[in-house]
Each structure stands twice: as structure tokens, then as C-alpha cells.
Write a new protein. Structure first.
Length: 180
């Protein structure tokens, strides 16, 4: 694909994301390539209003770039820098992706810090419960992973992608390398 086609495709995807953001806001709690609005009611919200960041083209472009850096290029160190540069790392989606990146780099302590930060920002962030559940399994904490699985079931149901992913990982015998 040539550069012009890639740029046009990127622009089209960005335009769709901006236009669809108000319509899809309830689906964001699961996490994904589109960030969710910050959870309301936190003290940080009163100090620094980030509600408009979901509509901020610069933020969205940076988030999508970092998302692609993680899931397409698997360059976790670069993604961490990109996500932190957004200045929105107290947003659940951003903190979760930072935690995921640290986990993929093998830094479980920092990964845990970021997962907990994501859940502090939004206790109902399903993707964080999933990724943190996988973290728990990797640490040998099967009971905690089961807790995370139950939380996902409460939030998104047992047919959700996040539930199925963590449930499949839990079915593997302890010590089995996880593939996700």
C-alpha cells in the first residue's frame, strides 16, 4: 500500500472515530482502540477537566498511534513513551495500555501499578480487569484471576471477549505459557 493510501485510510479511520465517539461511549468501558471518557466523580476531574480530550483530535491521533505501536508493531517501550506523552495517563484506557506494555516487557511491578491506576480511574474498566487477570495468572495467583473473571462476568457478561479470553487462559494448567 502506498503512503497516500495509508494516509487516506488513517484519516478516514480518525474521522470515523471522532464522529462515532458520542455514539459509542458505552462500549468504551471494555477498552480498545478508542479511549473512553474519564470516569466522572473523581477529585482529579475537578482539578483538571479532561472531558473534552475524547473529542481532541491530537489526543485521539496519539492514542491510535500508541495502540498501533502496541498491537501492530509490538514495540511496547515506544508505546509507553507515546502514551505518557499524551498527558492523560490517569485515564483508564491509557493507564491500562501502559500496564499491558510493561507486562509484555516483563516488568510486572510497574505493570501492576498501572493496572491499579486504571482501575482507580474506572473500577468498571473491563479490559483492565481482563489484562490484570492475565497478570494474576502469570504470577501464579489463580484465585485472584478467578476474582477478576467474576468481575468481568458482572460487568460485561460471560459471552464478552474479555471474559472468554481470561476463562480460556485459566483453563490451561498452571505453568503453561499464555498466548494472548
Amino acid at each position: 500500500m502506498n503512503k497516500v493510501a495509508i494516509r487516506l485510510l488513517t484519516l478516514a479511520m480518525f474521522a470515523f472515530a471522532v464522529a462515532a465517539a458520542p455514539l459509542l461511549s458505552t462500549a468504551y468501558a471494555a477498552g480498545g482502540d478508542n479511549p473512553s471518557p474519564p470516569a466522572s466523580g473523581s477529585s482529579k476531574d475537578k482539578k483538571k477537566d479532561k472531558s473534552s480530550a475524547i473529542d481532541n483530535p491530537k489526543f485521539l491521533a496519539g492514542y491510535h498511534t500508541a495502540y498501533a505501536t502496541i498491537y501492530d508493531r509490538h514495540d511496547y517501550a515506544a508505546a509507553i513513551d507515546q502514551l505518557k506523552a499524551l498527558g492523560q495517563d490517569d485515564r483508564a484506557d491509557v493507564a491500562n495500555l501502559i500496564g499491558y506494555s510493561y507486562r509484555k516487557l516483563g516488568d510486572y511491578k510497574l505493570s501492576q501499578v498501572w493496572y491499579e491506576r486504571a482501575l482507580t480511574a474506572d473500577p468498571n474498566h473491563v479490559r483492565t480487569w481482563q489484562y490484570y487477570g492475565l497478570w494474576q495468572l502469570e504470577q501464579g495467583n489463580r484465585d485472584q484471576a478467578a476474582y477478576h473473571l467474576n468481575k468481568i462476568a458482572q460487568l460485561a457478561g460471560t459471552s464478552s471477549e474479555e471474559y472468554r479470553s481470561l476463562a480460556a487462559a485459566m483453563e490451561k494448567p498452571p505453568g503453561t505459557g499464555l498466548v494472548y
